[in-house]
Write a protein of this length. Structure first.
Ligand code: NI
Length: 252
């Protein structure tokens, strides 16, 4: 199985990164996409991907770090990429953590969308309390031809359907397993299988029954099994479909 979004470059993995990666593969994992949130984590993601088989990477600046964004710096990382660069992300808008710099967030988001279109790379979107603005930007800048995934989706089913109509993929983390995630469960249960895939967002958002512990790529299976049960389908069958979706999306 593929963990399509994991922060192996997070300092929480500095002391035991090799063990974390090994236990994922021992558990039956196939590949991991190491996702970045700023310039230093993008450099680190590339290094991790370069020395490990079946680990890919992304580069990008998260909306929480939009003040550190430099377009030339990011473009240089694309020009000097390795063949394991699979996407731009995570990028987007976060009005939950920061309502006061919306204009700056939008500027940094659209700049990275334009780079993704220029270099034909799909994008991974982080969106919190900003669905309407994200939708408008997607319609205006049309990155849909390169591929768009809404990571850690937590919006409504209605909104998910609107995104899917545009060709956007929906990705679920461990938070779908949480007792109070009623809306997210509704989405996971009802959207078409060909529009979804799974991620851990490790070290964050550990799925049940390990909630509270540090998250790891190997727990991606728990989220997939949970959603398979929700939908009343076989977990292996679900994983087969969602892995195919992810492989196609990230071109791996
Ligand atoms: Ni993330």
């Amino acid at each position: 199985m593929i963990d399509t979004h994991c922060h192996l470059n997070d300092s929480q993995f500095d002391n035991d990164l090799e063990n974390v990666i090994n236990s994922f593969f021992v558990s039956g994992g196939d590949s991991i996409i190491c996702v970045s949130a700023d310039y230093p984590s993008s450099i680190k993601a590339k290094q991790i991907a370069e020395i490990n088989d079946n680990i890919y990477y992304t580069i990008g600046v998260h909306p929480d770090d939009c003040n550190s964004y430099d377009e030339t710096e990011l473009e240089d990382l694309i020009i000097t990429k390795s063949d394991k660069l699979v996407a731009i992300g995570e990028i987007g808008l976060d009005y939950f953590h920061n309502k006061l710099n919306r204009a700056k967030q939008i500027e940094v988001f659209t700049s990275q969308i334009n780079l993704a279109i220029k270099y034909r790379l799909p994008i991974i979107i982080h969106c919190r309390d900003a669905y309407q603005d994200v939708l408008e930007i997607l319609k205006k800048y049309s990155p849909l031809e390169v591929g768009v995934v809404m990571h850690c989706y937590s919006g409504s089913l209605e909104f998910a359907r609107e995104l899917i109509k545009l060709g956007v993929k929906i990705s679920f983390t461990g938070n779908v397993t949480y007792k109070n995630s009623i809306k997210t469960k509704d989405v996971a249960k009802n959207i078409p299988l060909e529009s979804m895939f799974f991620e851990t967002d490790a070290p964050y958002l550990t799925p049940e029954p390990n909630r509270g512990k540090r998250n790891e790529p190997k727990y991606v299976f728990n989220t997939a099994k949970f959603v398979a049960e929700l939908r009343g389908i076989d977990a292996d069958e679900l994983i087969k479909i969602t892995d195919e979706n992810a492989k196609k999306f990230f071109n791996i």
